[in-house]
Design a protein around this ligand. Structure first.
Ligand code: SF4
Ligand code: SF4
Length: 133
């Protein structure tokens, strides 16, 4: 609806315009509106692709993602657990490999320091497989 209102205002058309008035405007100004339809044709495939990518991420996550709530803290080994999930997300999901590596390198305690005590597992309300990750 916001997008629709934005398009209308870009065309100097009041948002109170009725559908009938809009159809009349299209009929009277075919050239003006053909550009919009052309734009729609160009944008739609890329939007579909983005939606497909977003759907794939949602399916992959299936609720299995860190909310950064911090309930798992404190880690016995001093690991910042949400930060590990952030680095993992950048690396695997968003393919921002360089950024993920820099982000991870700035963490004072690395994931390899985990002593597998399991305390964070009991605290995470989303039952994330923290140790596996
Ligand atoms: S299992 Fe590993 S990450 Fe979890 S609290 Fe223990 S040391 Fe920290
Ligand atoms: S408790 Fe679970 S969801 Fe919350 S920050 Fe820790 S790992 Fe992430």
């Amino acid at each position: 609806m916001v997008l629709f209102k934005t398009v209308l205002s870009a065309l100097n058309i009041s948002s109170k315009t009725t559908v009938f008035q809009l159809l009349f405007l299209v009929w009277r100004n075919p050239k003006r509106f053909s550009k919009i339809f052309q734009l729609h044709q160009e944008i739609t495939p890329s939007l579909r692709l983005k939606k497909k990518e977003a759907d794939a991420i949602v399916n992959e996550l299936h609720g299995n993602f860190c909310r950064r709530c911090g309930y798992c803290a404190p880690c016995e080994a001093g690991i910042n657990i949400p930060a590990m999930f952030i680095a993992e997300g950048y690396y695997t999901r968003y393919k921002m490999v360089g950024y993920a590596e820099t982000y991870y390198s700035k963490q004072p305690v690395k994931a390899s320091a985990c002593i597998q005590c399991g305390k964070c597992l009991d605290r995470c309300p989303y039952h994330l497989p923290i140790i596996e990750k």
